[in-house]
Design a binder for this molecule. Structure first.
Ligand code: ADP
Ligand code: ZN
Length: 678
């Protein structure tokens, strides 16, 4: 007789059960396998729990009879195991690495609908098979020398992981196409990860047309029917070309050979709720666990993350030129303090107005960009550019209009709370400004200046509905509007041939967020948004408006020098022992009451310090506590405890002691390798 240990996608709690451990025990049960069922490791099965039937996945098979009474597995849901050994390993690894109960992780691997037990009826309707459309292959492009070299290196080099660091418009996509073709011809599956697939149907089309086959697409906005169909095509090995967003990395591939991660620097590659995984980390783990097939990983970006660039510095391929030798747009920095002196009180500098006028006269297009993280912002003097900093921490304080009732400034380093000043402490000027403008205001002002121009706006308000960004984007691309006003979402890798001008209306928002990644993120954002200008025209121009023209993110953007940025930033990281030279774990405490939030944080902070002292590791781990940058979000107050150490094991040992408590408490969120410490 054989027995199967089945993992269910929900926590199973029995009467008298006190223990709430992280371990599988909590969601696995042992069953007898009936002789007539071909149950294997990785099979999806239906089994009884109390009076109901549930669907779960077989994690282990053993011959040893358990010391308790067992029920029988009822049914096998799919004729083949849905997870391979290495996928089961991956599932367990995610649970322990990211401190996430294992039953929550199955849902990443298997479509929801397949995990719900229904009365099984014999299917009367045949499953819909996808119509195989005739794909007309597009004309072959001659590769540039840089592209050719990159492809050869990736295919021939003994290394398995590569980074393509190529300026915006250098033809990275075409490289992916060639690599994908090569692997598909070897009968291997290729996964192409893109940051926001729902927004870019033309990406899918481009790949399908260039490679000449249909793609299976996996992203969060699919209908459950589409998801299951694509999932089966992939796990059954029928699909070779898979294009997806973050979550598609968990599809049970049949024989994966290549993973491409485009726009590697994008924050959407990290999940914001539990498990807070990063797709880069998962891809590397998949590569490591894959035994039968070597998997290659190719990252691509004009502005790769510091971590990836450092890790892959010996297998980085650089592309310096835009296709067609179109120069990168000239970046001009406009000092807003000077505008103020000139009595220009508009939110647009004279230079930006002038360039806008030109673009409109030439029947081209412009993008006006505003950083979204501006709900709380810094306090600056419009006369001298002075930024209000905490006297103790030297960190810029942030302005909050309503968060705490009346206007306040908060130091997100030590938690100090002050009333904002009415005059500048340096020049005694009275023009203290709390930086912050909205996209709506920009739209209104621009319409006043150019009454005939057609303007569209893309931000959270205008794109909350499904497909609304797509519509705005398509309209803009088809020149139904002259100016696009928008936030972060328009900085993504969009190809808009008519855009000749990009204006960053107020670069200062976001420049001073107290976070070890602030410079990196600002440089990436500004470079990416600049890259939207002049993609087919030599007259591309970028105008960045700021009160802080000396800021390094602006300097490196203007010089268009990723290398200089990297050199500076990696030195800083080393100096301050920030990632990749250390490991971080962020614990966020939330509560509707500020007081409770502070008390809870304090308690946890003391508890962690006690554990560290017991482990004799006080000197090895730095523990910080401070209010989150957005101290109040969704009507909850938020405090952070940050653990930092060069030694990852000691961090794990520390957490082990409190992991159960933290996981059970929904007001505490744990983030391993956080993307932001603020
Ligand atoms: P990136 O992803 O590096 O920003 P893209 O892949 O979008 O750049 O390429 C920019 C443009 O150049 C696209 O319109 C693409 O079709 C075109 N392109 C790429 N490679 C070639 C080539 N070898 N010859 C001609 N055009 C190319
Ligand atoms: Zn302070």
């Amino acid at each position: 007789m054989k027995y199967a240990q089945v993992l269910f996608p929900q926590k199973i709690i029995f009467k008298n059960q006190k223990d709430n451990s992280l371990e599988e025990l909590n969601s696995t049960l042992t069953y007898k396998i009936p002789e007539n069922l071909n149950v294997e490791k990785g099979s999806l099965v239906k089994a009884p729990i109390r009076n109901s039937q549930r669907i779960g996945i077989v994690l282990r098979i053993s011959e040893a009879e358990p010391p308790f009474r067992t029920f029988e597995i009822r049914e096998i849901m799919l004729p083949y195991p849905v997870l391979t050994n290495s996928q089961i390993e991956l599932l367990k690894w995610i649970s322990s690495y990211y401190y996430c109960p294992i039953h929550q992780i199955i849902k990443l691997f298997i479509p929801k609908k397949l995990l719900i037990a229904k009365e099984t009826k014999k299917r009367t309707t045949k499953p819909k098979t996808r119509e195989v459309e005739q794909i007309i292959s597009s004309k072959k492009k001659d590769l540039t020398e840089e592209q050719e070299k990159a492809i050869n290196k990736i295919l021939k080099d003994s290394s398995n992981t590569f980074l393509i660091q190529g300026v915006t418009g250098s033809g990275k996509t075409e490289i992916y196409v060639h690599l994908a073709k090569y692997f598909i011809n070897q009968n291997l599956q290729v996964l192409i990860l893109v940051p926001e697939i729902a927004l870019t149907p033309q990406t899918i089309e481009y790949f399908e047309r260039s490679i000449g086959i249909n793609a299976s697409v996996i992203h969060s906005k699919l209908s459950e029917g589409e998801r299951i169909r694509n999932w089966k095509d992939i796990s059954g090995g029928k699909s070779k070309l898979i294009i997806g967003s973050r979550s598609s990395i968990f599809t049970p591939f049949k024989n994966l050979g290549l993973i491409i991660i485009d726009e590697e620097h994008e924050s959407s590659y990290k999940q914001e709720n539990s498990p807070r995984y990063s797709v880069q980390r998962i891809a590397e783990k998949i590569q490591e666990l894959s035994k039968d097939q070597q998997i290659k990983i190719v990252y691509g970006s004009a502005t790769p993350s510091i971590e990836i660039a450092e890790k892959l510095k010996n297998s980085t391929i650089k592309l310096f030129n835009r296709i067609g030798d179109i120069p990168l747009p000239a970046v001009e920095i406009v000092d807003l303090r000077e505008e103020f002196k000139k009595q220009n009180h508009s939110i647009f500098s004279e230079r930006l107005q002038e360039e806008l006028r030109k673009v409109l006269a030439e029947k081209k297009q412009a993008i006006l960009f505003l950083n979204r993280r501006g709900s709380s912002s810094s306090v600056v003097c419009r006369d001298c550019g002075f930024i209000y900093k905490c006297e103790d921490c030297e960190m810029p304080m942030t302005y909050h209009e309503k968060t705490l009732g009346s206007p306040t400034m908060i130091c997100h380093h030590c938690g100090k709370i002050l009333k904002p000043p009415s005059t500048c402490p340096t020049c005694k000027g009275v023009n203290i400004r709390f930086l912050g403008i909205g996209t709506e205001r920009i739209e209104k002002e621009i319409q006043k200046l150019f009454p005939k121009a057609k303007i569209v706006r893309a931000d959270k308000d205008t794109t909350s509905k499904k497909d609304s960004f797509k519509t705005i984007y398509e309209d803009f691309k088809n020149h139904k509007a002259d100016i696009l006003v928008g936030t972060q979402m328009i900085a993504k890798g969009l190809h808009l041939p008519l855009v000749n001008l990009v204006g960053v209306v107020l670069a200062d928002i976001g420049l001073n967020i107290p976070d070890f990644k602030t410079l990196e993120k600002n440089f990436q954002l500004l470079t990416q948004v600049s890259g939207r200008a002049g993609r087919t025209d030599t007259k591309g121009k970028v105008i960045i408006q700021t009160y802080n023209p000396d800021n390094l993110a602006l300097k490196y953007t203007k010089e268009n020098s990723y290398d200089e940025f990297f050199k500076y930033e990696i030195t800083q990281r080393k100096l301050l022992l920030n990632p990749p030279f250390s490991h971080l774990i962020k614990i966020m405490v939330e509560d509707k009451s500020l007081k409770n939030c502070q008390t809870k944080t304090e308690k946890l902070y003391i508890q962690i310090n006690k554990i560290l002292s017991k482990l004799n590791a006080m000197s090895e781990v730095e523990v910080l506590k401070y209010p989150a940058y957005m101290i109040k979000l969704h009507s909850k107050y938020r405090y952070i405890i940050l653990l930092k150490s060069v030694n990852r094991e000691i961090l794990d040992k520390t957490l082990e002691n409190i992991a159960k408590e933290i996981i059970m408490d929904t007001s505490i969120k744990i983030d391993i390798d956080p993307n932001t410490t603020s």
